[in-house]
Design a protein around this ligand. Structure first.
Ligand code: BEZ
Length: 400
């Protein structure tokens, strides 16, 4: 309930009016101050550690989106409050509370890491603050823990894993070793992959994990060499992915055992991977050379602003602000009207650089997935693996 300048809530004042203060004109005008103050958007993102580059890309695209709208969304300035999540789940409750209660943000966004997202979203559900998840793929957030104020502009971990499994089957791969970081995102990614791959007749030779965020891959690579699977499926991202791709090439495995994974394996590190990355095949809801006008304009604007090309994380940041823009337009810029803001965002449909953007009843993107190959420092489109892939929404009561 927004407070008026007098310290009384709008509902209290309306009740007073109903109790005999008939000289008060209704409808009660919203206080000018609430409409002229910037909308505060709290960002809980990694600005240090292995996922720092991901947090930076999301932030840059969010800022660029607002700049392109003349610095305002629905007539309101946007004030970004940035907090470094350090991709650390234990720190997430305190940092989220700092944004929600300390900074009194109108809208919460981030994070990158699924464990951080679980903690952040608990506070979002308890406080009702409208929340847009701009990366973390933790399945439950749009399944059993879905909520009317929680939205996602990215993906579900299993959703990407399943799409990658389909593409590997289509490529004729019969068996695979999975090798990933041992935490929620890796486990869910492998589970989604394994289900789709084995249902289509594929066989999992072995699941290998290393703790997050270790980059000690040598022992596992030696084991993979001895197991000789048709291919390897790996979930890594950011700085860890770069080290992994280089180690995989240095271990001379690339030619004999093709490396596959969700596109996080190569996004944002394409150029730095150099020759080591050539031939790595991935599946994702974005690819650099998607032939649509939104992608072309977005890429040109991002390159011009930051002198680097955008990646999937930047697209998700861009779409986070686009979704918020649609929501704020729906409430005339009044972020205090949470129910109406949530309702407007739930119905949003727009053209994203990734292709058409719309949400399931659980607030999860229903989206296309593309097969890409890393060539000369760029992820190149090969084909569309699946169009409009929905997540299961299992246990989400919004969906019933
Ligand atoms: C996750 O923790 O959900 C995640 C992190 C980086 C890339 C993709 C997913």
């Amino acid at each position: 309930m927004p407070k008026t300048g007098s310290g009384l809530s709008r509902r209290n004042l309306l009740m007073l009016a109903g109790a005999g203060a008939t000289s008060l004109a209704l409808p009660f005008p919203r206080p000018a101050i609430a409409q002229s103050k910037p909308v505060k958007v709290g960002l809980l993102l990694p600005y240090s550690g292995t996922y720092a580059q991901l947090g930076e890309a999301i932030t840059r695209a969010m800022e660029l989106y607002v700049k392109q709208q003349g610095g305002k969304l629905a007539g309101r300035e946007i004030d970004f409050v940035k907090v470094d999540s350090e991709a650390s789940p234990p720190k997430a409750p305190k940092l989220t509370t700092k944004l929600v209660e300390g900074e009194k943000v109108d809208v919460l966004t981030g994070p990158v890491h699924s464990g951080v997202a679980m903690a952040m979203s608990k506070i979002a559900r308890e406080t009702g603050v409208p929340t847009i998840i701009s990366n973390a793929g933790a399945n439950d957030l749009t399944r059993r823990l879905c909520a009317k104020n929680i939205f996602r502009t990215s993906f579900g971990n299993s959703q990407v894993g399943a799409a990658t499994g389909m593409a590997m089957l289509e490529a004729g791969i019969k068996n695979a070793v999975t090798f990933t970081w041992k935490y929620a995102a890796g486990a869910q990614s492998v589970a989604g992959f394994s289900r789709a791959f084995t249902q289509g007749g594929g066989k999992i030779v072995k699941d290998i994990t290393v703790p997050f965020p270790t980059v000690e891959f040598q022992a596992a690579l030696a084991e993979i060499a001895s197991l000789k699977p048709d291919a390897v499926y790996s979930f890594y991202a950011g700085g860890g992915a770069l080290k992994y791709i280089k180690d995989y090439a240095a271990a001379n495995l690339k030619a004999s055992i093709p490396l596959w994974g969700p596109g996080f394996l190569t996004d944002g590190i394409e150029a730095k991977a150099g020759k080591a990355g050539d031939g790595v095949k991935t599946v994702l809801h974005y690819v650099d050379d998607l032939d649509n006008p939104e992608n072309k304009a977005f890429r040109a604007a991002f390159k011009e602003a930051y002198e680097i090309w955008p990646d999937v994380y930047a697209v998700q940041g861009w779409d986070t602000m686009h979704l918020l823009d649609v929501g704020l337009q729906g409430v005339g810029g009044d972020a205090g009207k949470r129910d109406e803001l949530n309702a407007a965002m739930a119905k949003a449909e727009f053209k994203s650089p990734r292709g058409p953007f719309r949400l399931s009843p659980a607030h999860q993107p229903i989206q296309n997935f593309y097969l890409r190959e890393l060539k000369d420092g760029s992820n190149v489109y090969i084909k569309t693996v699946v169009e409009g892939l929905e997540d299961s929404m299992t246990g989400c009561r919004l969906a019933s």
